[in-house]
Design a protein around this ligand. Sequence first.
Ligand code: FMN
Length: 172
Amino acid sequence: MSDSFRLMLRALPDFPENLPGFDPAQAPVDPAELFRSWLDEALTAGVRQPHAFSLATADAGGNLSSRMLILKNLDDDGWHFATSRTSRKGRELSANPRAAMNFYWAELGRQIRVSGSVVQLSEEASARDWDERPAGDGSANPEWQLFALQPVEIEFWQADPSRRHIRHRYQL
Ligand SMILES: Cc1cc2nc3c(=O)[nH]c(=O)nc-3n(C[C@H](O)[C@H](O)[C@H](O)COP(=O)(O)O)c2cc1C
């Protein structure tokens, strides 16, 4: 049973045949600019929810957890996401304000990881994010908090059909 499961996993399709190229020598100096252009290409390629990413956090004892979130903005404050302050990740971020994001776009064989420290953004910006949610009904949620991850490291990864996968790292 476990052998057939292992073989079934082994036989699953890998990256698609046609992958975009990526030349790190031509990459912009600003990683945010590269992220925006990759996001545009993901949208053009029909990637569903390209703004979804996994966020890993750790509690004070170093125990890790991760979950999917939605990117809300990218500006001088950092990479924005929002959640409840009383959620597990909210509590972990109060105890240990560091996190790692990972975006993965299977159709393009692209992965982007971003890690750094996390700050809370203003009450006004948090309330606006809550209001703007598609399911918003005008009611307030004082526990809702907009955060910004301020990267120390960003790595863009492009799968290559001949397995010479390409990595481009920014250290900030
Ligand atoms: C694609 C996707 C997007 C999500 N976006 C958010 C989000 O932006 N904010 C949020 O609080 N939860 C979001 N969730 C739910 C979280 O993954 C998670 O289940 C929830 O926030 C509780 O996480 P925690 O118990 O680790 O704190 C999303 C889930 C998925 C699958």
